[in-house]
Design a protein around this ligand. Structure first.
Ligand SMILES: [Cu+2]
Length: 124
């Protein structure tokens, strides 16, 4: 029965990829060929909220958490090469600050701040 599951996933993936981009349930960050390279270069999202990087440029880029390039540090996300016209989605991250870069163009750097959900009660 494995093939049934495979077909279900294929159909689901088709539906998901056809979702309209307006009002999409994720935070979108664009990759660009010029400064600041990631737009917005400093993004803030709620914890658990998906983040999607889109590559509208004619070259490959990566979205690599800085920890992935530093021995002994946790590596929370690394897209690998994202082709032109493709995108990379992280389903959600715990609260914290995540600096990231492009492995192909080390000059490309961004920072993602993941905050606790706005509805969380204040600790003041
Ligand atoms: Cu790049």
């Amino acid at each position: 029965m494995k093939w049934v599951t495979a077909i279900s996933f294929t159909v689901l993936a088709g539906i998901v990829s056809n979702w309209p981009t307006s009002g999409a349930p994720y935070t979108q960050i664009l990759m660009e060929d010029g400064s600041p390279y990631y737009v917005p270069v400093a993004a803030t999202v709620a914890s658990g909220s998906p983040i999607r990087w889109d590559n509208p440029t004619p070259t490959h880029h990566t979205v690599t958490h800085n920890g992935c390039a530093e021995e002994g540090h946790p590596c929370l996300f690394d897209s690998g090469p994202v082709p032109p016209g493709a995108q990379f989605t992280v389903p959600g991250l715990p609260a914290g600050q995540y600096r990231y870069h492009c492995r192909i163009h080390p000059i490309m750097r961004g920072v993602l701040t993941v905050s606790d959900t706005p509805s969380a009660p204040s600790q003041l």
